[in-house]
Design a protein around this ligand. Structure first.
Ligand code: HEC
Length: 119
């Protein structure tokens, strides 16, 4: 959880992306903070991406690449990342920026909440 005092001031793109992330239900799978731990995450195979793990992104981590993933979805390996083709390109890019901001955020002890890797 965030430290006391609420979230730090965010750039406009981040606020908009955050709102889009909330209103489009991304967190149901990816988790509120993009850690791949949303309420239905455990029902999904493959699991939803933990956005902190840039190396795990199958389609690349550039804003345009993420926006394209959001547009087209990611189902080729049986995943349930659906297409958000109804959003505008601008909205998808704002979401992509937000995803990247989640990836870039300092760990703030969150690493300790991760289950140990078994592989
Ligand atoms: C129904 C669950 C679900 C929802 C809702 C969902 N995703 Fe996903 N998402 C997934 C799964 C599952 C994967 C991983 C699929 C795979 O590994 O093949 C994924 C992968 C991703 C990836 C990584 C793509 C890559 O290159 O590996 C991004 C970025 C992403 N989702 C963004 C979003 C955003 C933004 C939203 C909201 C607009 C969203 N997702 C909503 C299930 C979901």
């Amino acid at each position: 959880m965030a430290a006391c005092g609420g979230p730090p001031p965010a750039a406009q793109t981040e606020l908009s992306g955050r709102l889009l992330y909330a209103t489009n239900g991304c967190g149901a799978c990816h988790g509120q903070d993009g850690q791949g731990d949303g309420p239905i995450a455990r029902t999904l195979t493959p699991p939803p991406r933990d956005f902190r793990d840039g190396a795990a992104f199958k389609n690349g981590v550039e804003p345009a690449a993420i926006a394209r993933t959001i547009a087209e979805g990611l189902t080729r390996d049986g995943g349930q990342m659906q297409s958000y083709g109804h959003l505008t390109e601008s909205e998808r890019l704002r979401l992509a920026d937000y995803v990247i901001s989640l990836r870039a955020q300092p760990a703030q002890g969150a690493q300790h909440d991760r289950p140990p890797k078994t592989d």
